[in-house]
Design a protein around this ligand. Sequence first.
Ligand code: CS2
Length: 484
Amino acid sequence: MTERLQNLTSLAPTAKLPAYDRSRLKSGIVHLGPGAFFRAHFAPFTDAALAAAGGDWGIEVASLRTADVADHLNEQNGLYTMLIRDTSGTTAQVIGPILKAHVATRDPAGLLGRLEDPAIRIVSLTVTEKAYGLHTLTGGLDLNHPDIATDLIHPHAPRGVVGYLVEGLARRRKKGIAPFTPLSCDNLPSNGAVLKRLVLEFASRVDPSLHDWIEQTVPFPSTMVDRITPASTDVTYADAERLTGRQDLAAIETEPFTQWVIEDHFANSRPAWEKAGVLMVEEVSAYEKMKLRMLNGAHSLLAYLGYIGGYEYIRDVMEDAGLAALARRHMSAAAATLDPVPGINLEHYAEELIARFANKAIAHRTYQIAMDGTQKLPQRLLEPATEALVHGSKAETYAIAVAAWMRYALGVDRNGKSYELRDPRAREIAHLLTDVPRNGAAVAAALFGLPGLFPAALAKNAAWTEDVANKLEILIQDNRLPLI
Ligand code: CS2
């Protein structure tokens, strides 16, 4: 059997190695959520910054739920392979900044101990939208979110993201240690500001003086993150092994494109990410809105239509000329809701997105992107749709996307086979739809009534909801919209 990736000695020459001395690294960052996206984005950017500028910024990662990735990383001394794929081939790069991995559920006290270590200056997050406990309509804390509800009862023994951050900051304050900078890297608009509001609301319920200290001393920079990263498969592991000569159970694969924009507001120091091509700015919101509305909005549209239409991967959807043209139309509609974005031509940006979606070397499942629709729709589709309607647009591509999500939410494919919705509100959706006749008007009316999802400006717009219901009716009949 092939030896496991555990050090950098005698790897195959096809593997690119960290261009710095790993033994000099010290833990400066705790990262929550070491999923594939973090391993394809944050960690490689930090790796590149170390190579370009030196420094000793090492990362400890912590998984708040499942143990597999953390275990594999520890078995590999934090090393893993990043495969970059495009039609000209696949390259392999071993990524070096991870020093250690924790599993919060196994040792919550251990993780809290790391959060109060003065050496930790940044606590970053890629935990997905649903982990925040954000109430999408109010923008505040969702007191019914399981982690938030439990952590408010036991704030000193947290299990969720906000609970850990607040307890970590509380301990530092008590010991007179400077705060760390929480750095959200999830696909939420103004992710830093959102996180700040949630942390402050949570803290004010636990200890009002803690709320004031956090408000005055802790910066919450927002970020825009971008890199298309499909879930790893057996092909990923096999290719990593072929190109490095080592077995690697933490390998990931991704596209060549990568982008990170960060607000440069940190409590103390940070890695020299700008040396690795990260754009450090004063204000990130214009970039973030562009990416969420143009990339992620079009992605969700294609994922729902593609999945119910029988396409497994986004690249397959893009081979359907009608759907590719629809994606382009939606990107233009999304661009029309944006203010100018510094240094970016939105036409070119859209062209580049189309090419990225069509990358034949990236096997990105429509089913993967379709996941967690109730958490993704608001910022990707519902907010821009609301703005578009106010400005007199018919918001038709948004109606198509919402109808496709509703068709998908029925949980049964065109052959009558059922699939799992994989959404934190899946049970609620199934319950809501139980006795609803399977026609466009009835299903749309039921789903528009899902509490807290659709803003009133959409749910009460008769012309737009009727458009959605009509499109949904067509999708229920035959899973395809004519003439798109
Ligand atoms: C995708 C994103 O799964 C999804 O919802 O839209 O993960 C997308 O691939 C990334 O945001 C690209 O940066």
